[in-house]
Design a protein around this ligand. Sequence first.
Ligand code: ATP
Ligand code: MG
Length: 317
Amino acid sequence: MIEAKGLTKRYGTLTALDALTLNIGPGEVFGFIGPNGAGKSTTMKILACLLTPDAGSATVCGLDVASRGDDIRKVIGYMPDFLGVYDDLTVDEYLQFFAAAFRIERARRKVIVDQVLELTDLSAKKHALVDSLSRGMQQRLGVARVLIHDPKVLLLDEPASGLDPRARIEMRSLLVELGRMGKTLMVSSHILSELAEMCTSIGIIERGKLLYAGSIEDAYARTREAGGHRERIAVRLEEEGCGVREAAARLERDPRVARVVVDEPGRTLAVELNAGSHGHHFVIEALVSVGARIAAFQPEDVKLEDAFLKLTTGALQ
Ligand SMILES: Nc1ncnc2c1ncn2[C@@H]1O[C@H](COP(=O)(O)OP(=O)(O)OP(=O)(O)O)[C@@H](O)[C@H]1O
Ligand SMILES: [Mg+2]
């Protein structure tokens, strides 16, 4: 549905996109993840035919972005990262305006606007001013707007950015619903966890390069294989008993322990275990064996996705 080959875009001396190749199949919900300045918006603007690449090519629904811009615009819905300001326009007027721009006949406009309002859960706000809506509602209105001409492909640039947790959940369920409707979605974010559960596949972009593309499951499997998934235990010792340095030295001798970070004044140890070192009872035994008295023992699961991000970032260095 979306194919990019060797896309390159330079701004002066800065290479914002560096030979980016990616493939998104029909019906996929593709999470496009990368930190600020990675090149997400640049890629999406090229796919939306708003920017011309310096090299490489791309097709959307089999149409070439270089020559079929007008046809592509009919089959895609592109939501930019910034909605714009619409003084004194109500939600209804705003959507009617875009329906007119898409040359939808006057008689059908009303029905379609009501449908997209329903889908984005904004029916109650139909006559409210756009500028009076909360950020979460404005973002959903942005989605409503790109749904008006019933596009097959949606390019949504950071639809969940700046939203509070509740608004983010609402946005996520809206995107899941669009996926269920059979639309192909490319959704960008700089936070993997924001998208992880709803995506069928993800791509990680950093400094203009695609570091990973594939399913979330493969990403996590790869992380586990690489030992990127580690368990960490926060330990605090009592004043009595052995000191934290001595305890750390004992733990560091164990091959199951990856590293130990000591905070002497706080009498705490952060013990990082190697992947596959099942259970952490041996840590307690080791501590007890050197006469440590344990005041607190708190295993923390290092998030798989954080580990995965570290892994892909490491690939660059
Ligand atoms: N019009 C422009 N002129 C000059 N440099 C630009 C322009 N647009 C983007 N850039 C630069 O290109 C790089 C990629 O930008 P882009 O907006 O594609 O990143 P992004 O992944 O969308 O980042 P963000 O998470 O901040 O939205 C950045 O270093 C940015 O500063
Ligand atoms: Mg951006």
